[in-house]
Ligand binder design. Structure first.
Ligand code: GLA
Length: 723
């Protein structure tokens, strides 16, 4: 709900308020973001400082919390945007001009954003126009709130209202001003095969921290999801603010802790390598930034964002539909396969109850290794004599759906496509572009390149019965030919993703970028699930999945059981633990199932049966993290159904210890008055005891031991007997 009371604009979510006021001199000020307040008028106090006495308006903006601050006039902190106008300066102080409120969620031009059209969405959007006629610049800020969430989705459009060009050098999407308090930042850096490692640091006076990535996609190195938490906040309690950028290119969350201890957090496109020329009348749209507030700790933020993304971001037909349990041939065969080998894997997988076979890299052009063939999207008949049609029919006859891997944004210099169009690869004229994995990036800012890709991929997707696509992107972006290129590239990517996903609404698309290099809310708009990391080792996955779950739903976390010793780090783990970890995600396999012995195969059959039962929980349940692998020798989590009738519990003790007892684990989110039965062991538990005394898992005496429970509420004696 959004109300306007004189100069107070009050946005209310489920149990949160976000309050904006228009100051005495027309400045757009920030009053409150936190627990819900009543509807009335509020005034932002203007604090005096040594400088303000001499300021033209009798106060300086630097000491007043603002919504979209400008740098350089009476505010000398980092601004939400910067530009150089035709007079050669970048000074502005944008003042309130008008506002309007509309039903439904805001849309962002050319970019993904939260869904929610019309009144029934429970969403409302506030649009506020600000302008500085002297500088010749205006901004339209959009704020969407939903009745059922504690989030505010912000975006900004900057317009040139002068008669000469303006050069934009930064445009942030949101600004969050927080008062002086001891706070920590929680952020998610990483690297290839080691994504979204959770870090926490105190923000101290005078620090400026840029939580950013400028490597092309949203990146393995730093995720565009950041939390600012009060010092004592933990999984269950404490005030936490989060910022998530709905964007898949270079990003920045700039945290400025002023010398007075107050925080200004700006989130948006990374200004590094960015510039945008606005001709008179032209405008620039910045991506959406979602601000979330919780007084229930990190867990509160995660559950809020999970529901929001499942219901209002991911493609609606797919986010709630049960995802097929898949087997992918990458770690089973790499490039060394033919049609019969794939069908053999599919046949055995079918016997185990697996529902989808995914043919990974190596099926097209001369792609017999990773040196050649990218861009040539015609089937390799030496490997697949029956083509995509014949192969998909054979797989379907085994009772499985068929899907395949593509990497549409890339080209190998050794390919037919590159030989025909060397100029289509991103490069700086006169310089040899840097290769990564022997590949170059296609210049998808160009219409003809996008058209080629869309046509080539449409031809692939109509060549057989294809029901799933894994969309990969395997290198960072270098050699960008001009400033602002990364943003134009990202807009080009969204055009292709929009066209292909809209043209094939029945295909389930899974995102991938060398594993989890583009795990962001922008991609989730098109792809409801993303290959979380190329590291498939169960123990490494504990941290990767734990970190990912902070800002994203587990229904987006693609997780596969692979071979042991693990191909990425050589670790030996049991089949049981590999599955236990993968169960808290979109479950699948990526190993040569034809080589499993009888005992392992029987175990896989049981796992598949269990994963099917678990599916609704993974799609709709709430995740509670119980023990952190970043802080302890344990990792535990639970998925609880909305009615608390069913609970999946997993705990892994990483290293076995002697002479130490294991800690009890208190479960969360359950009904304390209920009795639960663990369907796997037949043991009964009282909810109050699990919640208030705890549960002690019976780990095996070895490293990487895991315990899984599937608790079901016992309704009454009768149903208890029937269990
Ligand atoms: C990337 C993906 C892998 C696999 C390979 C194929 O690394 O993350 O899962 O598809 O590419 O080349």
């Amino acid at each position: 709900m959004i109300t306007v009371d004189n100069k107070t604009i009050h946005l209310q979510g489920r149990d949160m308020s976000y309050i904006v006021t228009v100051g005495e001199h027309g400045d757009l000020l920030h009053y409150h973001f936190g627990r819900k307040l009543g509807i009335r008028e509020f005034h932002v106090p203007v604090t005096w400082n040594i400088w303000s006495a001499y300021a033209p308006e009798g106060y300086t903006l630097e000491n007043v919390p603002q919504e979209y601050p400008s740098y350089g006039y009476t505010d000398l902190k980092p601004g939400a945007y910067s530009f150089i106008n035709s007079d050669g300066n970048g000074i502005a102080q944008m003042k309130f001009r008008s506002l309007r409120i509309e039903k439904g969620a805001a849309s962002v031009e050319g970019m993904p954003c939260l869904r929610g059209a019309g009144e029934e969405s429970g969403a409302e959007t506030l649009y506020i126009s600000l302008e500085d006629t002297k500088a010749g610049i205006m901004a339209e800020l959009a704020y969407t709130v939903f009745d059922r969430y504690n989030v505010v989705a912000r975006s900004a459009v900057i317009r040139n209202i002068s008669e000469k060009p303006i050069r934009l050098t930064s445009v942030y999407s949101s600004c969050l001003e927080l008062d002086r308090k001891e706070r920590d930042l929680v952020y998610f850096p990483g690297s290839w095969a080691n994504e979204r490692q959770m870090e926490r640091c105190a923000v101290k006076r005078g620090l400026r921290i840029d939580i950013a990535n400028e490597r092309g996609g949203s990146g393995h190195n730093m995720n565009p999801f950041v939390m600012a938490a009060e010092k004592d906040a933990n999984e269950k309690s404490g005030e936490v603010y989060s910022l998530s950028l709905v964007y898949s290119g270079n990003h920045s969350t700039l945290v400025n802790c002023a010398s007075d201890g107050s925080l200004r957090i700006l989130q948006g496109i990374n200004p590094c390598g960015f510039e945008w020329i606005l001709e008179p009348g032209e405008s620039f749209a910045a991506p959406q930034s979602i601000l979330c507030y919780s007084d229930k700790g990190f867990g509160g933020v995660s559950r809020e964002l999970s529901r929001l993304y499942r219901e209002n971001l991911c493609p609606s037909s797919k986010s709630f539909a049960e995802r097929p349990i898949l087997i992918n041939n990458w770690e089973a065969t790499y490039f060394d396969f033919d049609e019969d080998k794939l069908v053999e894997i599919a046949r055995k997988a079918g016997e185990a109850g697996i529902e989808l076979f995914v043919m990974d890299d190596g099926w097209f052009g001369e792609r017999n290794d990773d040196r050649r063939g990218l861009g040539d999207w015609t089937v390799n008949k030496n490997k697949l004599p029956s083509g995509l049609k014949g192969l998909s029919e054979r797989i379907n006859r085994e009772g499985l759906k068929f899907g395949l891997w593509i990497e549409p944004e890339m080209v190998n210099p050794d390919s037919e496509l590159y030989r025909a169009h060397p100029d289509w690869a991103v490069h700086v004229p006169g310089r040899t572009p840097a290769e990564s994995r022997q590949q170059l990036i296609l210049d998808i800012t160009r219409d003809e390149v996008r058209e080629y890709i869309i046509k080539a991929i449409k031809d692939v997707l109509t060549a057989g019965n294809i029901e799933y696509v894994k969309w990969d992107m395997n290198r960072p972006m270098s050699d960008m030919p001009y400033p602002g290129y990364n943003h134009r590239y990202t807009l080009g990517l969204y055009k292709i993703a929009e066209d292909l996903t809209a043209s094939f609404p029945n295909i389930l698309f899974e995102g991938c970028a060398g594993g989890g290099g583009r795990f962001d809310a922008g991609m989730l708009y098109y792809f409801p699930q993303i290959w979380t990391s190329d590291n498939s080792d169960a123990v490494a996955r504990l941290k990767i999945q734990y970190g990912t779950s902070m800002g994203y739903p587990i229904s987006a976390v693609s997780a596969h059981v692979t071979a042991s010793p693990n191909h990425q780090n050589g670790r030996v783990t049991s089949l049981k633990t590999r599955a236990a970890v993968a169960f808290a995600g979109v479950f699948g396999y990526e190993l040569d199932i034809t080589k499993m012995d009888e005992r392992e195969f029987e175990e896989i059959k049981e796992q598949v049966k269990f994963a099917k039962k678990l599916r609704p929980l993974v799609l709709n349940g709430d995740l509670y993290r119980l023990q952190s692998p970043f802080e302890s020798n344990y990792c535990s989590w639970e998925i609880v159904s909305p009615d608390a009738d069913e609970i999946f519990f997993m705990s892994c003790r990483i290293l076995s210890e002697t002479g130490m007892t294991d800690p009890m684990i208190r479960l969360d989110g359950l009904d304390e008055n209920a009795v639960y039965i663990d369907e796997l062991s037949g043991e009964r538990y009282h909810g109050d005891e699990l919640a208030n005394r705890g549960y002690l898992p019976k780990y095996e005496q070895k490293d990487f031991s895991s315990v899984v429970m599937y608790l079901k509420r016992v309704i009454d004696d009768k149903s208890e007997r029937s269990l």
